[in-house]
Design a protein around this ligand. Structure first.
Ligand code: PLP
Length: 372
């Protein structure tokens, strides 16, 4: 059988990510491939680091994209900061907190688990009580924007607690970057990772990370080598480090990095504050429309992420049939519920280029038609 080229249809992506990729980014991906040590490419890498510092709002020198998806950014933070015998306090209010626990135990460290109801934010008072109870925590880890539920946690308060109790913070900002305020330096966050495919509207597969000077000091003071060769920040720095002395570590995904660079240039052009405001405005419009359809939100208004809207599937409406209808009739993707929320909720994304009025109009009219 001769298999021919793959030509996907043009969908509207309003799920939990990936989001719609902006045409400017798609065009950037198709530019001529350079060698990964070509001086022009190295110059673009330096610009990408600067642009990422803006997106993270940090002056951390160790700020770069990991050549792998958000899960690898998560793993990079855990494997570099934790050693066998260390203790990490992990806040779990959805799927990705659970994944953090997996990472901690695979580092040979002990995970102290602090659960919160799915659909709610992490409570700083409970975290403080746990930090008081266990005196020897090295890392406090939490998800800023829980994509599985749509809850936004108070990263400023949680990073502040980490500092107060002498531990390092690991912050999952995969869904928050570009969609809601993320102020790494102001909040004194130590290790933060994100993803290219959410509010940056780039293709999936890259994970921006940033490490504070305190996190770098902890990496340098390690007694054991980082157990992952690929994600060892000491080695990655040899390739992404300062001023032209780049050594081969792995072959960078050259064209994918053109895409990330373009998406960050676009974020800079729009301005971070404007991007946050656009997400908030689009969320309000969507929420008003959903209310007219009688669709209710999972998360309380004050803890809601504008870019990920979890809503209860109305009684009598079939989950899979509705999502299939939206895809087949309107080329429109929304997300299913995960874990405890599977079959009970839909997750409607308003991320990056997807957060625009025409998408909201399409979603509301298609959903109304599907539920009639
Ligand atoms: N953390 C959060 C909050 C996410 O939403 C995701 C992906 O949806 C990840 C981590 C993992 O990212 P990736 O799927 O790019 O590996």
């Amino acid at each position: 059988m001769a298999i021919s080229s793959f030509h996907p249809p043009l969908r509207t992506l309003m799920g939990p990510g990936p989001s719609d990729v902006h045409p400017r980014i798609l065009e950037a991906l198709g530019r001529p491939t350079l060698g990964h040590l070509d001086p022009l490419f190295v110059g673009m890498m330096d610009e990408t680091k600067e642009l990422l510092k803006y997106a993270f709002q940090t002056s951390n020198e160790l700020t770069l994209p990991i050549s792998a998806p958000g899960s690898a950014g998560m793993e990079a933070c855990f494997v570099n900061l934790l050693e066998p015998g260390d203790k990490a306090l992990v806040c779990v209010n959805g799927v990705f907190g659970n994944r953090m626990i997996e990472n901690v135990t695979r580092c040979g460290a002990t995970a102290i688990r602090l659960d919160f109801a799915w659909g709610t934010a992490v409570e700083p008072a409970a975290v403080e009580a746990a930090l008081k109870e266990h005196g020897d925590i090295k890392v406090l880890a939490f998800v800023h924007a829980e994509t599985s539920t749509g809850a936004l946690s108070d990263a400023e308060a949680l990073c502040g607690l980490a500092k107060q109790y002498g531990c390092l913070s690991i912050v999952d900002a995969v869904t928050s970057m570009g969609g809601v305020p993320l102020l790494v330096d102001k909040w004194q966050a130590d290790a933060v990772y994100s993803g290219s495919q959410k509010c940056l509207s780039c293709t999936p597969g890259l994970s921006p990370v940033t490490f504070s000077p305190a996190a770098v000091a902890a990496i340098k003071a390690r007694k054991h080598p980082v157990q992952s060769w690929f994600l060892d920040m000491n080695l990655i720095l040899g390739y992404w480090g300062e001023g032209g002395k780049r050594a081969y570590h792995h072959t960078a995904p050259v064209n994918a990095l053109y895409g990330l660079h373009e998406s960050l240039v676009m974020l800079q052009e729009e301005g971070l504050e404007n991007a946050w405001q656009r997400h908030a405005t689009m969320h309000s419009a969507l929420a008003a429309g959903l209310e007219c359809l009688g669709v209710e939100f999972v998360v309380a208004a004050e803890q809601r992420l504008p870019q990920l809207n979890s809503v209860y599937i109305p009684a009598g409406v079939d989950d899979a049939t509705t999502r299939q209808y939206l895809l087949a009739k309107h080329d429109l993707e929304i997300g299913a519920g995960l874990g405890d929320l599977a079959g009970k909720v839909w997750r409607i994304g308003l991320m990056g280029y997807s957060a625009k009025p025409e998408n909201i109009r399409l979603l509301l009219s298609a959903l109304a038609a599907a539920m009639l």
